[in-house]
Design a protein around this ligand. Structure first.
Ligand SMILES: NC(=O)C1=CN([C@@H]2O[C@H](COP(=O)(O)OP(=O)(O)OC[C@H]3O[C@@H](n4cnc5c(N)ncnc54)[C@H](O)[C@@H]3O)[C@@H](O)[C@H]2O)C=CC1
Ligand SMILES: O=C(O)[C@@H]1CCC=N1
Length: 273
C-alpha cells in the first residue's frame, strides 16, 4: 500500500528523520519520491546517503506534492519565508510543529491545503500515535492520505484543532514521561538487588504488556489494576506509596504543564515573514 506522490520533509532532526525512516521501512513510499531539506547540511547529507533519498534546500524541496514541516515552531516563520512564493493550491502541507495554529499557516500560505498533525517517536517502530486536525482548505482526500501516512507507522485519530495542545501534552510528549517511568521502575529493581539489564527488561515488558492488555481487553484501567492487587499483598502496599506521593496528580500536572507550553508556543513565534 504505497503512495504515489512526491514528499518533502523540511527539518530532519529527531522527528523529521524518524518519520522518513519509518515511512521507508513501512514501504509506504519509494526513496526516489522523497526529498529532505535541513539547515544542518552535514546531518542532511549523512541521512540522505544512508536512506538513499534526495536532498535540496527549502525552496527547491517544495517541488513536491506533500510537504512535511518538521522544524521547531520558532523556526517555521523562517522556513515559510523560504517557501511561500513557491507554494500553491496543488500542495498539501502537513505541519507537525507543536503549538502552531492552522490559522497562522493558512494566512502565510494562502492557497495551500493544510493539516496539523501531532505524532510521537514510537512511530519509529510503527507503534506511534498521531492526531490529525484539518485546515479549512484541506479535503477529505487529504485527510485520507494523512491517515494512510500515519497509520502506516502506528495509529491515527482525527481531532478538532482545539484539542491539539492537549494531544501534544499527552501523546506528543508522553513517550518521555513513560521513559522516565521505565527508568525509575528499573532503578527500583536495581535498588532491590536486580542486575540492571534484567531490571530494564522486566520494566519495559511490564509497560508494554500492560498497555497491550488495556487496549486488547477494553477494560477500565482501574479493573486491571484491581486484578493485580491481592488483598493484603505486595501491590496494594506499593500503590499506597504511589498514592501518598501524589503520583496521579503529578502525571496530570505534567500533561497540563506541557499543554500550556504548547499553547504558549502559538504566541512566541516571530512576526510575520
Ligand atoms: N521530537 C518529538 O518527539 C516531536 C516533535 N514534534 C515537532 O517536530 C518539530 C521538530 O522537532 P524535533 O525533531 O524534536 O527538533 P530537532 O531540533 O531535533 O530538529 C529540527 C531540525 O530542523 C533543522 N532546521 C533548523 N532550522 C532550519 C531551517 N531554517 N530550515 C530547515 N531546517 C532547519 C535543524 O537543523 C534540525 O535538524 C517541532 O516543531 C516539534 O514540535 C512533534 C511531535 C513529536
Ligand atoms: O517537546 C516538544 O516540544 C516536542 C513536541 C511534542 C514532543 N516533542
Amino acid at each position: 500500500m504505497s503512495i504515489e506522490k512526491k514528499l518533502a520533509v523540511i527539518g530532519v532532526g529527531n522527528m523529521g528523520s524518524a518519520l522518513t525512516r519509518a515511512w521507508l521501512q513501512a514501504g509506504l513510499i519509494e526513496p526516489a519520491s522523497i526529498c529532505l531539506a535541513d539547515a544542518d547540511t552535514e546531518r542532511l547529507r549523512a541521512l540522505a546517503a544512508e536512506l538513499g533519498v534526495q536532498t535540496a534546500d527549502n525552496r527547491q524541496a517544495v517541488a513536491a506534492d506533500i510537504v512535511i514541516l518538521a522544524v521547531k515552531p520558532q523556526i517555521i516563520p523562517e522556513v515559510l519565508t523560504d517557501i511561500r512564493n513557491r507554494i500553491g493550491a496543488s500542495h498539501l502541507i502537513i505541519s507537525i510543529a507543536a503549538g502552531l495554529p492552522l490559522s497562522y499557516l493558512e494566512e502565510m500560505l494562502p492557497r495551500a491545503r493544510l493539516l496539523r498533525v501531532m505524532p510521537n517517536t514510537p512511530l519509529l517502530i510503527r507503534a506511534g500515535v498521531a492526531a490529525i486536525a484539518q485546515g479549512t482548505r484541506a479535503t477529505a482526500q487529504d485527510l485520507d492520505l494523512a491517515r494512510k501516512l500515519f497509520d502506516s507507522v502506528g495509529r491515527s485519530v482525527i481531532v478538532e484543532e482545539k484539542f491539539m495542545d492537549a494531544v501534544t501534552g499527552l501523546s506528543g510528549s508522553g513517550p518521555a514521561y513513560v521513559f522516565l517511568f521505565l527508568e525509575a521502575l528499573a532503578d527500583g529493581g536495581v535498588k532491590m538487588g536486580l542486575p540492571r539489564q534484567t531490571a530494564l527488561l522486566l520494566a519495559a515488558q511490564t509497560i508494554l504488556g500492560s498497555a497491550a492488555l488495556f487496549l486488547e481487553s477494553g477494560h477500565h484501567p482501574g479493573i486491571l489494576k484491581d486484578q493485580v492487587a491481592s488483598p493484603g499483598g505486595t501491590t496494594i502496599t506499593g500503590l499506597h506509596v504511589l498514592e501518598a506521593g501524589g503520583f496521579r496528580g503529578l502525571i496530570m500536572s505534567a500533561v497540563e504543564a506541557a499543554t500550556s507550553r504548547s499553547q504558549e508556543l502559538a504566541t512566541v513565534r516571530p512576526t510575520r515573514p
